[in-house]
Write a protein that binds this ligand. Structure first.
Ligand code: FEO
Ligand code: CA
Ligand code: CA
Length: 688
């Protein structure tokens, strides 16, 4: 075997999803280059239930295939009353009035905010977290140092103030690494092994305490804070739910099938009403080589990869053909839950919420007290899901209630969405509005489990929870244009679904013709769906309409902004993460605009009610090659937060594309300079 650092081999002609070739390779293992994961024709199992099929035939198994307090980010994060004697930096009510910025050309390496606003990084890759953490030294990085420092490629972000409003915690996940811009090239075997270990330490999650002099002012992080924590690819997680302990989850290291080392590919997430953080394990398949193909492995994109992290060279569990590790990939692809207030609490992986390429999960409490989590599977032509808890949320704030709430996501029922349009005959893939003036219709949540047990003929409960994509295929679910963040508005209960794009929609041989919920062939710029539950938050019937068909309205006649005049909106492409402000406006961050509309990714505000509904306004723009992640909007506090992921990703150590966020030599003046992924805050610094 030739030991080489996996310098990137960008396949320049394959960038047809949304991303740069570099992002495709490192983040999602070229998911859009390979075969379709979902080739199912999706008959409903209700249609085929009467057909006698063996379990193996039904699953298409191959030889190896043995198978409220209703609160969320905006509400919970809102700080308590202003601290006594503290002067707010922002006049009341003036916090987030802003004039939209102009789109920023993709060649520009700058973080841009509206006139009158300032920004600063709160924490950057490599910043020391603990009292004994070494200072960041880009020239002598080690796994041991990285384990004690802020990780790479921050994605999901939560900012959770304490009651005082002047302290709190920041929680962030770290999706993947960019070796090309983290290190110089090397072919030294010892160096390469060290780096592989460092990649494990640079991923996972971070909890870090925050402080500030007064409410309304920007935050700083606290080195050595009592709640500071790093979770990495070696941290132990407890599997919960009915698949925990299953034979599908046992390995030679964990014969119990209940304790997993590490979390992988964490993307978006959510803050629960009980104060914990959820995070979605997304492109986990790209960290394994799995030479023996089975139907289940194929459906999850597992293949005989040479991974970009090279872990399979050094750690047997990342080669799924190694004896005893065949089930290791089955232990990733879940929603994880961590308690940011308790640094010794074991983090959880919830099998009851299903296994797929989880973008994230966002929770709302229904009228009956049960909690409902909305979740997307971010892969072309995969599905939208929801989970409804068996037990009720306990709004009390005491240890007993917290303990009870920590188990809410371990038991309940999983559903997948089936959309029906009311103008189906008029959908031709062109994106032309139907004669009733809306892309809209009704839908059904089809149960994959009922009272916690399999509702899918031919599949056991454990199989439904571990091979959820196969169960959803049988349920006749609607193939979506890559559901990213899915978040309920706490003001209205309506659910907003960011469908980032789908280059394969309507393509010959892909078995995914345009439908009213995904109405544009080759959907380049993505769209946002608004879903209204009509039989209770946990019920099985819904109505829906398309809120936005994204793109540049100046050049794309298929764009749609809820009927708002197109000439008055900011261009927007590839919606990814969403959040709400205290007035119920939707905020959308993007991932992929540079390769689609030629401008850097950004953060956009969209009113949902009244005459301004659909008026997309750009608030900020991230630097060259970066993706905007994890927006948190504390408008009452006058602060907007984003995680800036993979700045300068298409550059190289020797030729950086970005010097974000410090815009000085990252090593203090030496020869090499590198961008650093960072969490940024923005606030109004001068009067309107
Ligand atoms: Fe990590 Fe679905 O984006
Ligand atoms: Ca219609
Ligand atoms: Ca995302």
């Amino acid at each position: 075997m030739t030991l080489e650092h996996p310098r990137l081999l960008p396949m320049a002609d394959h960038v047809r999803g949304k991303r740069s070739a570099v992002t495709c390779q490192l983040k999602c293992a070229n998911a859009c280059l390979g075969d379709e994961c979902n080739t199912s024709s999706n008959p409903s199992f209700r249609d085929i239930a009467s057909v006698a099929l063996s379990r193996r035939a039904l699953l298409g198994l191959g030889t190896a295939g043995a198978l409220a307090l209703i609160v969320g980010d905006a509400a919970t994060d809102a700080p308590a009353a202003q601290a006594a004697g503290a002067a707010p930096a922002v006049p009341a009510g003036a916090g987030l009035s802003f004039g939209p910025i102009a789109p920023v050309d993709k060649a520009v390496d700058a973080f841009v905010v509206p006139e009158g606003f300032s920004w600063s990084p709160i924490i950057r890759w490599g910043d020391p977290l603990f009292a004994d953490s070494p200072a960041f030294d880009i020239h002598s990085q080690t796994a041991a140092a990285q384990e004690r420092q802020f990780g790479y490629n921050n994605d999901y972000l939560a900012i959770v103030p304490d009651a005082s409003g002047t302290s709190g915690v920041l929680v962030c996940n770290h999706e993947y690494v960019n070796p090309n811009i983290m290190f110089p090239a090397s072919s030294d075997p010892a160096v390469l092994e060290d780096r592989a270990n460092l990649y494990k330490a640079a991923q996972g999650m971070t909890v870090v305490e925050l402080t500030r002099p007064a409410v309304g002012q920007p935050w700083s992080y606290v080195q050595g804070g009592a709640r500071n924590r790093r979770l990495t690819v070696e941290t132990e997680f407890e599997l919960t739910g009915r698949a925990a302990g299953s034979t599908l989850l046992k390995t030679i290291d964990d014969p119990s099938g209940r304790i997993v080392r590490g979390t992988l590919g964490n993307c978006a997430g959510g803050l629960t009403p009980w104060g914990t953080i959820l995070s979605g394990e997304e492109n986990f398949n790209g960290y394994f080589t799995a030479p023996t193909v089975s139907a289940e492995r194929k459906r999850y994109g597992l293949a005989a990869l040479t991974t970009s992290t090279t872990w399979e060279r050094y750690d047997p569990r990342f080669n799924a053909d190694n004896p005893g590790y065949e089930n290791e990939p089955n232990r990733f692809g879940y929603i994880v839950e961590i308690d940011p207030q308790n640094p010794t609490a074991m983090p959880l992986k919830h099998t009851a919420m299903g296994r797929f390429k989880h973008e994230g999960a966002n929770v709302i409490v229904g009228d009956d007290g049960k909690v409902v989590a909305y979740m997307g599977d971010d892969e072309r032509n995969d599905y939208l899901y929801k989970f409804v808890s068996k037990h009720k949320y306990n709004p009390k704030n005491n240890p007993g209630a917290r303990k009870q709430n920590r188990r809410l996501l371990s038991d309940g029922d999983l559903y997948v969405a089936k959309f029906t349009g009311n103008s189906a005959a008029e959908i031709d893939g062109s994106g032309r509005l139907p004669s009733d003036g809306l892309f809209d219709g009704t839908g059904e949540w089809v149960a994959l489990t009922h009272k916690g047990e399999s509702a899918v003929p031919g599949m056991t409960t454990e199989q439904v929870l571990v091979y959820t994509r196969l169960a959803a295929d049988l349920a006749g679910a609607t193939k979506m244009d890559r559901c990213e963040d899915v978040e309920p508005s706490l003001a209205t209960g309506k659910v907003y679904i960011a469908c980032t794009n789908n280059s394969d929609r309507g393509k010959a041989g892909k078995n995914a013709p345009a439908d009213e919920a995904n109405p544009r062939n080759g959907n380049r710029d993505g769209h946002v769906i608004e879903l209204t539950e009509v039989s209770g938050q946990g019920g099985t019937r819904f109505a829906w309409n398309i809120l936005l068909l994204c793109g540049n309205p100046a050049t794309d006649s298929t764009t749609y902004f809820a009927g708002y005049p197109k000439e008055q909106v900011s261009p927007i492409s590839c919606p990814d993460n969403v959040a709400f402000d205290s007035e119920g406006n939707l905020w959308i961050s993007t991932d992929g605009a540079p390769s689609k509309i030629g401008t850097n990714d950004g953060l956009f505000k969209v009113p949902l009610e009244g005459p301004e509904r659909g008026r997309v306004q750009q608030f900020l723009s991230v630097p060259r090659d970066a993706e905007t992640c994890g927006p948190v909007i504390h408008d009452q506090d006058g602060l907007v937060f984003v995680a800036v992921q993979h700045p300068g990703e298409e550059g190289a150590w020797e030729a950086p594309h970005s010097l974000f966020p410090d815009y000085v030599d990252a090593d203090g003046g030496g020869k090499f300079r590198a961008p650093r992924p960072a969490v940024v805050q923005s606030w109004r610094s001068s009067a309107l």
